[in-house]
Design a protein around this ligand. Sequence first.
Ligand code: GDG
Length: 464
Amino acid sequence: MSRLIVISNRVSRPSKSGNQGGLAVALSQALRESRGMWIGWSGEVTDNFTGHIGFSEDDGVKTATIDLEEQDVDEYYNGYANKTLWPLFHFRIDLAEYARDFEGGYNRVNQRFADTAAPLIEPEDVIWVHDYHMIPLGQMLRDRGHRNRMGFFLHIPWPPTRLLVSLPHHTKLVSTLFAYDVVGFHTEEWLESFRHYVEKEMGGSVDGDFVTVGDRTIQAVACPIGINAREFAEAAVSDAARDMYEQIRASLQERAMIVGVDRLDYSKGLEERFNGYARFLKDNPDQHRKVLLTQIAPPSRGEVESYQQIRATLDALAGRINGEYSDVDWTPIRYVNQGYPRDKLAGIYRSARIGLVTPLRDGMNLVAKEYVAAQNPDDPGVLILSRFAGAAMQLKDALLINPYSPEEMSDAILRALAMPLDERKRRWRAMMNSVEGQDISWWRQSFTERLMAVERDTARVEPE
Ligand code: GDG
């Protein structure tokens, strides 16, 4: 069996508390089985980049990390990754910033990762690079002479061509993807946009899964990520989850709870969610006091201004809605800026009658799947899901809504609250079949099998 080398911005070390995300668990398992290695940024900042690699091994998973300089973090992580690519790839060109320093820092840090990884790679290793932070890394490894099988997976949407062309040097960036053998997206929609770009902007051609530009042919595939459904369903009945469930139920006093769980990010449609919920309260006075929304939103990327802005907007909006509708013994929104351990989170999902997941764009959205997996099969809640989340392609039995429409959101909440048990069960069963069938192991295996099947040394770009 070939060793798997995973390279991503951050590595995730196994944690005894079981607080690791599904992706980290799935990749850790593959790394353990293949005696592979996970390479990434330590999250630490150093005054002077030396290229020193920190090796460690936890629970059979080897990791190799480097520290970055403050300028790297500013230009690469906060800059090109999160001020340029993240908004652009989520269709928000209004928020995207284009600065030469960002692009320079992004390339410099990717070179640093390539320098770090290069001596650790053996010829038979299979390399799997993750996400928008690392697009050019494969090309940089090829430039250093590595002929390994290499795959890339994009965890966020691929934007329409008309938006992507607003990125300076867009073709230069996209052409680096042709250094990989297999490039994966969550959905057909993102894949379709990628193919469109390649045909229109690069004169490329598409033949099934194969995409060719010049003398390079790669496979571009849709491979939707999943969760560890069984483990999550078990977490939902763990002691910690039960305690959380009881605590919440006692506080609800028979009221129905709607839950939202998201990193505090403008792509998640939190402002639109609050507005949709406010619309529901306005349209349905008889529902006041019978329902409340709990929004868990741990802050993220706080050094980026657009994230500071969305946080301020949500603080004000939650305050305004609560000010307008609260009574001495009822608050319509519980807005919580802290995160919870996974087991407790599963208990929170299970205690909610409605899961409200309303991103404006999302590569996939794992919260939607977790909400489904955590439900009680005998009395499941209802998922309301944005049609613009990748997850909507699979979870067709959710109540699918346009998150930009407060009316649609309001109507869906009312419908979900009134939904008979039979219909809730039927919809939940269909969604659970999908969540269980295409789980995180399925995703990892589908992608890596495709990558392993590539013949080494075919269609390789050789260093110039
Ligand atoms: C990117 C793409 C794609 C959140 N709050 C807590 C907590 N979380 C966990 C959730 C979930 C994860 O964070 C969020 O995953 P999402 O998929 O919803 O969103 P992104 O972070 O934006 O992820 C996305 C994903 O990559 C994978 O490819 O689906 O589209 O944007 O697992 O549970 N976890 C805990 N406490 C919290 O308070 N323990």
